[in-house]
Design a protein around this ligand. Structure first.
Ligand code: PBG
Length: 325
């Protein structure tokens, strides 16, 4: 038998052949675009460590969401930066706060956009932790009703999906119960089920002013070394009623994405976080990598690993590149 019998290169010889045997494709509808919303009107503040991403007031958030929709990006997720904070994060449930206002303006301007809201307290507490502090540590059970009230406020404002990112145990169930009891049975929950205590959140914390004033998040977010534990987190969130689950960050956790895909049939999202975005932008700015090529390769790897949806700051540019392909 002449060697090589199998010539894998045969199917790589033209772009048409390559397209025919391509196993993974990206679509703008795969992307969920994160947005940082601030109070006021006409406000647009660039975030230095995240070139291309701004903090915007609700009126401009609506313009951005419409532009994204025109490019085929069907969903956004909102993070609020309130004008005041307190020990228990009470501004998180403020119906006049930036998140609730932006939900309204976006739904009015772009009704087809699926508006998701991040449910967490770190942007709303004066100490920057994701829950309330009792004896110097974040108290799980005391935090649950506050998160549920936040999710309920978002649902009242018209949010299509609520997405808890706090990593308290039992929060999916607590949120589901309150939504169901208040007439929001049809509002789905996207749970940040496996969220790691990661160094890749740096630029986000600058953007959202949510760096903890003392200590760190390792007593509630997951240890980066663990994958079996991620499977437990995912399965219990699905059991508590999560409609979709997420692995976060994405790039250094693609094995976790794959493990999640193997154990659950609910739609799986992964979060291409701020530090991952900043690294690509910084290297591309210096001409050290081809930003477009690397970005599309990274996003493809996330889908190939098993993600159905990708939360990414690249959403708008990637959608443009895909449309122009
Ligand atoms: C917490 C939250 C964080 C991110 C999303 N939700 C920050 C954190 O846990 O410290 C990070 C997202 C990113 O880095 O892009 N509300």
């Amino acid at each position: 038998m002449a060697f090589p019998l199998h010539r894998y290169r045969r199917l790589r010889l033209s772009e048409s052949l390559r397209a025919m045997v391509r196993e993974t494709t990206l679509d703008p509808a795969d992307f969920i675009a994160p947005m940082f919303v601030v109070p006021g009107e006409g406000v647009r503040q660039p975030i230095p460590s995240m070139p291309g991403i701004d903090r915007v007031s609700p009126d401009l958030a609506a313009e951005d969401a419409s532009e994204l929709a025109a490019r085929g990006v069907l969903s956004v997720i909102l993070f609020g930066i309130p004008d005041h904070k307190d020990a228990v994060g009470s501004p998180s449930a403020d119906l006049t706060g930036p998140v609730c206002r932006a939900v309204e303006t976006i739904k009015a301007a772009s009704p087809a956009t699926v508006v998701m809201t991040d449910v967490c307290l770190c942007e709303y507490t004066d100490h920057g932790h994701c829950g309330v502090i009792v004896d110097q540590s974040v108290d799980n059970d005391a935090t649950l009703p506050i998160l549920a009230a936040e999710a309920l406020a978002h649902a009242r404002a018209g949010a299509d999906v609520v997405a808890p990112s706090d990593m308290m145990d039992g929060r999916v169930r607590a949120i589901r119960d309150v939504l169901d009891a208040s007439g929001y049975r049809n509002v789905p929950i996207l749970s940040y089920a496996a969220k790691y205590a990661s160094g890749f959140y740096g630029p986000f914390r600058e953007a959202a002013e949510s760096t903890p004033a003392f200590g760190d998040r390792r007593a509630y977010q997951m240890d980066p070394a663990n994958v079996r534990e991620a499977v437990k987190e995912i399965l219990s969130d699905v059991e508590e009623g999560a409609d979709m689950v997420m692995v976060k960050p994405a790039l250094s956790y693609l094995d976790v994405v794959r493990a999640a895909k193997e154990v659950t049939n609910v739609p799986l999202a992964t979060y291409n976080v701020s530090g991952e975005y900043a690294m690509v932008k910084a290297a591309a700015e210096r001409g050290w990598i081809d930003g477009k090529r690397v970005t599309l390769e990274i996003l493809t790897s996330m889908k190939r690993a098993g993600a159905d949806l990708i939360l990414t700051y690249h959403a708008k540019e990637a959608a443009e590149w895909l449309q122009g392909r």
